[in-house]
Design a binder for this molecule. Structure first.
Ligand code: CDP
Length: 230
């Protein structure tokens, strides 16, 4: 039995992918990679360096600088998960802003950016037990992943969850704005030509609209035990 499996978790925005992924990674002592944070980091870089909105000219310039933008994850002992660094600066907080959320899905439609991200994601996962979450993990990044999960929940439930996270952090944003952002990202992510968000044929679908995180974790741990003896 191969103990070092790859777990790919895909799904719509704010379906609790990263909470589930972090929990499974801790449980199995695997590496957790939040692929969404990489798209967010690149979007943040493009915003602060005035590349957005992209046009033909600045997209060419962006293509040239992309390879030199350093993205890496460093494990935070206190938090129990890895945080993302852009050119050696921790930008974990900055990338969760509504401004980044409003731009990230259009940045994520650009093929050369996706190609670069996918290469980095594969490199980070070489010869390791990995839990990676995103939109194209089970379809494009790791089509041979041993376990693929696809999470969904109603847009209203997801918006409530994300909105209450913002409230806890003291961020002033209203529920409608969060709901609109989720809906527009879902649409962009599902309708793009390159690596759209679709359910892989062999993915297990979980609608967690009425499922607690504890029950969901229990369900997935049972799959790990029954199918992989983990
Ligand atoms: O956490 P949340 O569900 O809000 O999103 P995220 O995982 O942080 O991803 C942010 C955005 O990055 C998504 O809406 C996608 O547009 C893009 N993304 C992607 O295209 N492919 C991935 N593998 C991960 C994220």
């Amino acid at each position: 039995m191969n103990k070092n499996i790859i777990i790919a978790i895909d799904g719509f925005a704010s379906t609790g992918k990263s909470t589930l992924a972090k929990c499974l990674a801790n449980y199995l002592n695997y590496t957790y990679v939040d692929s969404g944070s990489m798209y967010r980091a690149i979007t943040y870089y493009a915003l602060v360096n005035n590349y957005l909105p992209f046009n033909n000219r600045n997209l060419k310039d962006f293509f040239k600088v992309l390879a030199d933008v350093k993205l890496n994850f460093i494990f935070n002992e206190n938090l129990g998960f890895s945080e993302i660094y852009l050119n050696n600066i921790n930008i974990e907080k900055e990338i969760r802003s509504i401004l980044v959320s409003n731009h990230v899905s259009s940045v994520a439609t650009i093929s050369f950016i996706r190609k670069h991200m996918v290469n980095l994601q594969k490199e980070m996962s070489l010869n390791k037990g990995v839990v990676m979450d995103g939109r194209d993990i089970g379809t494009v990044v790791f089509p041979n992943a041993e376990l693929k999960l696809f999470l969904n929940a109603s847009a209203e439930v997801r918006a409530e969850r994300r909105h209450s996270e913002y409230v806890k952090q003291g961020v002033k944003v209203n529920y409608e704005e969060v709901l609109n952002n989720l809906r527009s990202r879902d649409l962009d992510d599902s309708s793009r030509t390159d690596s759209p968000l679709i359910v892989a044929d062999d993915a297990i679908e979980i609608d967690n609209s009425f499922l607690s995180m504890e029950d969901q974790i229990f369900f997935v741990k049972k799959i790990l035990k029954d199918k992989f003896n983990l």
